[in-house]
Design a protein around this ligand. Structure first.
Ligand code: PLP
Length: 386
């Protein structure tokens, strides 16, 4: 039944049907969960068509990989047991002596791991202000820089970086550009179209969208040698996504477009309301005209500016924590990209050596009524700052 019935349709339609063309045996419109860890070889003792062992390839995971490959306009895709498993696989495909340029700031968990790993395994890591192309151009070393890693929009200050500009700098030096596009999703931004080589997602966030699956994904413009190394790494280290998680992720992807668009629309409205609030020093949101990279965001994120924002509270660190504690609708929990809105005091999560402002609160806007969210933040700000 794999007749590519849904080829040529819009990404919205593709996602709504899970990119799935039906089960050949039963006609089921939803794929089964293939829980098997091992697969029978053929009569001729040839390998099974979809892989011989779950650690190497998962038939359930394959549905997600095929769908994401098409949504990102990629040549190939792989799903992983977490976003970190996906991101670290890219860095681990580098070799000792290679030079890596890493955007700073970005998701602190990845940055912390990369610094330690590169120090211990002989990869030279240098941080860049990826919003400044001159800074990147001055640090890149043709022939020895093998990878530039960026995140846009970036955690937690929501900086937007120029994917096309960085891809050009990377390619002139013989390097690859990898983009963590977790906050944007393919609904809002397609990095490969701007010249990126690899796109990474923490699928734990919007792609799954329900705070109940830990997963990651990589998509590549070219299934080249570097990609083969990443694929081999996944098989050998067992960073493969389990079949039940893959099934849930595939289900979550069916509603990706409506979820992201609804949450984005609420976020844009909230960002404007909050920018006028007496208790807010600044709203960090790429959709606001006062965001330093707003013009770039307009070009690079044609689908909208996302449902993540940070607030600088007009008050002390303690008062910022009090705002989080006073919320009744926003859930005080880390992570992002689910149906429920989350609020967190980012410096508490990142620790005392985090460079981010101590009065920064990060919001992940979900699918609740936008007035409920505003009233909640308004009362929390008033209570904490009185
Ligand atoms: N990238 C970003 C932007 C994230 O926010 C996160 C997690 O918070 C990760 C990567 C890591 O993903 P995971 O938690 O799925 O390992």
């Amino acid at each position: 039944m794999r007749d590519r019935r849904n080829s040529g349709v819009t990404p919205e339609s593709l996602a709504a049907q899970g990119g799935y063309e039906g089960d050949a045996e039963t006609g089921a419109v939803v794929p089964p969960v293939h829980a098997a860890t091992t697969f029978r070889r053929g009569e001729d003792y040839g390998p099974p068509p979809q892989g011989d062992y779950l650690r190497n390839a998962s038939p359930t995971g394959r549905h997600v990989e095929e769908l994401l490959t098409r949504l990102e306009g990629a040549e190939a895709g792989l799903v992983f047991a977490s976003g970190m498993a996906a991101a670290t696989a890219v860095v681990m495909a580098l070799r000792p002596g290679d030079h890596l340029l890493l955007q700073d700031p970005l998701y602190w968990g990845f940055r912390g791991w990369a610094v330690d790993f590169c120090r211990d395994w002989g990869i030279e890591l240098e941080t860049i202000d990826a919003t400044d192309l001159d800074d990147v151009a001055s640090k890149i070393r043709p022939g020895s820089t093998k990878l530039i890693w960026i995140e846009t929009p970036g955690n937690p200050v929501m900086q937007v970086v120029d994917i096309a500009g960085l891809a050009e700098i990377a390619h002139q030096a013989g390097a690859r550009l990898a983009v963590d596009s977790t906050m944007a999703t393919p609904v809002l931004q397609r990095p490969l179209e701007h010249g990126a080589d690899i796109v990474m997602h923490s699928a734990t966030k919007y792609l799954n969208g329900h705070s109940d699956v830990l997963a990651g994904a990589l998509l590549t413009r070219q299934a080249d040698d570097f990609w083969q190394r990443i694929e081999q790494h996944r098989s050998q280290t067992g960073a493969t996504l389990g079949p039940f998680e893959a099934w849930l992720l595939h289900r979550g992807l069916r509603t990706l477009f409506v979820r992201v668009r609804q949450a984005t629309s609420t976020a844009a409205w909230l960002a404007n309301q909050l920018s006028k609030h007496a208790g807010v020093e600044a709203v960090l949101y790429p959709g606001r005209p006062d965001h330093p990279q707003h013009d770039l965001a307009l070009r690079q994120m044609p689908g909208g500016f996302g449902a993540m924002m940070s607030l600088l509270v007009k008050g002390s660190e303690k008062q910022a924590v009090d705002v989080v504690r006073a919320c009744r609708v926003f859930v005080p929990a880390t992570s992002l990209g689910s149906t429920e809105s989350l609020i967190e005091h980012r410096p508490t999560i990142e620790g005392s050596d985090s460079p981010i402002p101590r009065n920064l609160i990060r919001l992940s806007i979900g699918l609740e009524d936008r007035r409920d969210l505003f009233v909640d933040l308004d009362q929390a700000l008033r209570q904490a700052l009185k």
